[in-house]
Write a new protein. Sequence first.
Length: 217
Amino acid sequence: MDLNQTGTVEQHGPKAHGDPMGTPASDEKVLWRGKPDHATLARTAFHTRSVGLYFVALVAISVWTGNLNAAVVCSVLGFLAVALLHGLAWWSGRTTLYILTDTRLILRIGMAIETRINIPLRHVQSAGLKERGAGHGDIVMKLGGERLLGYLLLWPHVRPLHINRPQPMLRAVPDAQAVAALLTEACAAIGPIARNAAESKDGVGNRASGQLTGATA
């Protein structure tokens, strides 16, 4: 869902609670803003398809062994598990807003407690795109600088398993190729950036030193 339409940023996504950190300044140019696609987010970040297949396998094994009671129990538990994960994905998408300006990327995230992450574009060393089908995709960023963002603080908007040096990720964004190109161009306007539009592999680039900022409201 692309929110690059008329209206103010405050009309979309989580409330700002009076904290200007998650709102572009008057001298910033908003290049894009958007939200994750719920269905894609559920499949890729909350693994609903894998969980569903797991319970289907349990049901099949139960039926094959003649344990119909276990098959019924697994069916119910599987339905509830997938429904719960879809609900979490829907809520995560609803409480997320990505904002790209000409100087920084703002992540307004948090299913329970709203968190605002500011990533200056000068810290983005490389950007990669992993396509998820139907024009959707995940855009991952390798960051420079001494300060690191917490993995749990970013989840699920973070590259999986990169715990020591977390890499922020724009999850399940629509029209992902265009958004990735826009991000790359915005970063390149500030300094060199390594590009990878296929498998989100690490690249090499240069950025000026500085700090990342994050706040929780």
